[in-house]
Design a protein around this ligand. Structure first.
Ligand code: FAD
Length: 443
């Protein structure tokens, strides 16, 4: 059996490792366009902010370790430029070997997504950066380390934009964050996002909402960022973090069916429209676990799980992907914000009836030192099915959202939240945990 993988990071590396565990004899070849495989994308902003100090810690596996540990033929600097699904071959452009073809019995695509760079006037400035991989990280970090960089403008208040705002602030920069929507962090509703916005402002981030970039004007040493409102800011560095698009240009003419925005279409076994070709990660369209709509949710947990599922199916173990619920978390200075499932905006757009309740408990027994406020929002329907939850606070947000995410995954109801027996002693929680409280209020 000969299995090829395209992309060697989250989805690709986890598919490769699982394939080897399930099949000791298969020939497995991994193609990666860049120099690095299996690196910690999620750690990149924290390395720029010097919260992670050692660059080598970002490299979870190297081509050598992947080969020694899993007997996988890792070929870096090798871009797959074409797929011939009828002949079952891929065309590779290798820095070392030039262009050649490789045949496959099975193919796993995990090419990921790339940062959107819209055709805004002046976007070609060498001071406008995007962040996806180690080379991008090195470029931004070297720029911040070496140059006289004082002013940063971040375009986009999504997870990466907010993480970069915090990390550049940690480096002592003056940071402006520009968001075109009425509030930052699209997966959250306004009432929860405002708590995060206040934390950013309290830590000195200048926050501009309801405004987008009209143009950039490179002045040599600095770049002016001109907004639609006419307002402008001078920056030494701009981080553009306005979302991603699937990196699937090489699949054009492959016969593999793509969606309107270029996502690879897969069935619940993660097989594409071409037999023997599987696809996982940021590049695929998935089913929203709650709404059952087709969506694209670029997150590391789903990419890793999908890699494992594709490998299972290739090895003959039937395994299905049941959808993504978008469980995510973010640190904002001293706060944590986390969410799972649908928010009010999505449910309104889809005309799905819902109710929302809030609880504002403290993170653990109020009489034990260090109890901190926690805001928890629970969204559910008339039948009591939980549709989503959002939490913001300084402590214990992650466990509350993870518990609710688990209940959603097991198709639980608000009444189940009241019955959950969760760990309790005064330093950790209350005898009625905030999750139980949310259930009581919702019931
Ligand atoms: P990737 O991990 O992007 O890997 C795709 C690889 O394929 C790339 O290395 C690319 O070079 C290679 N490739 C593409 N096309 C080809 C080709 N034609 N030939 C050969 N190789 C090719 N998610 C979270 O859940 N939590 C977080 O905190 C979080 N933080 C993030 C922070 C940053 C800065 C970034 C950029 C992402 C973050 N993510 C986070 C998202 C997470 O990293 C992705 O969801 C995940 O990496 C997707 O895995 P993937 O395998 O689909 O794509």
């Amino acid at each position: 059996k000969k299995i090829l993988l395209v992309g060697g990071v989250a989805g690709g590396a986890s598919a490769a490792a699982r394939l080897r565990r399930l099949d000791e004899t298969a020939q497995i070849i991994m193609f990666e366009r860049d120099e690095h495989i299996s690196f910690a994308n999620c750690g990149l902003p924290y390395y720029i902010g010097q919260n992670i100090k050692d660059r080598s810690k970002l490299l979870v596996q190297t081509p050598q370790s992947m080969n020694e540990r899993f007997n996988i033929d890792v070929r870096v600097h090798s871009e797959v430029i074409r797929i011939n699904s009828e002949r079952k071959t891929v065309t590779v452009n290798s820095k070392e070997k030039g262009i050649y073809e490789e045949s496959y019995d099975y193919l796993v695509l995990s090419p990921g997504a790339k940062a959107i760079r819209p055709p805004i006037p002046g976007i070609g400035s060498d001071k406008v950066f995007t962040l996806r991989n180690i080379p991008d990280t090195d470029t931004i970090k070297n720029f911040v380390d070496k140059q006289e960089v004082n002013q940063a403008v971040i375009i986009g208040g999504g997870f990466i934009g907010v993480e970069m705002a915090e990390n550049l602030k940690d480096r002592g920069l003056d940071v402006t964050l520009v968001e075109a929507a009425p509030h930052i962090l699209a997966p959250f509703d306004t009432d929860m996002a405002v708590i995060v916005e206040k934390e950013l402002v309290d830590h000195g981030v200048r926050l501009i909402l309801n405004d987008g970039v009209a143009s950039f004007n490179d002045k040599g040493d600095t770049v002016d960022v001109i907004l639609n409102s006419g307002q402008s800011f001078t920056a030494d560095a701009v981080i553009l973090a306005i979302g991603v698009i699937p990196d699937t240009g090489f699949l054009k003419d492959s016969g593999i069916e793509l969606g309107a925005k270029g996502h690879i279409l897969v069935n619940d076994k993660l097989e594409t429209s071409c037999q023997g070709v599987y696809a996982v990660g940021d590049a695929i369209e998935v089913v929203d676990f709650v709404t059952k709509q087709k969506v694209a949710i670029p997150l590391a947990g789903p990419a890793n799980k999908q890699g494992r599922i594709a490998a299972d199916n290739i090895a003959g173990l039937t395994s299905t992907y049941k959808g993504t619920q978008g469980t995510s978390i973010l640190k904002i200075f001293n706060l944590t914000a986390a969410c799972t499932g649908s928010n009010e905006r999505t449910l309104k757009r889809l005309k799905i009836p819902y109710k929302a309740i809030y609880v504002h408990p403290v993170s653990h027994a109020s009489y034990y030192p260090g109890a901190l406020p926690l805001s928890l929002k629970l969204i559910f329907n008339n039948e009591g099915n939980i549709l989503g939850a959002q939490g913001v606070g300084s402590d214990g947000v992650d466990k509350r959202i993870d518990v609710i995410a688990t209940v959603i995954r097991l198709n639980g109801k608000v009444s189940d939240l009241t019955e959950l027996e969760l760990c309790y002693a005064p330093p950790f929680s209350s005898a009625k945990d905030p999750v139980n409280m949310a259930g009581y209020v919702a019931e």
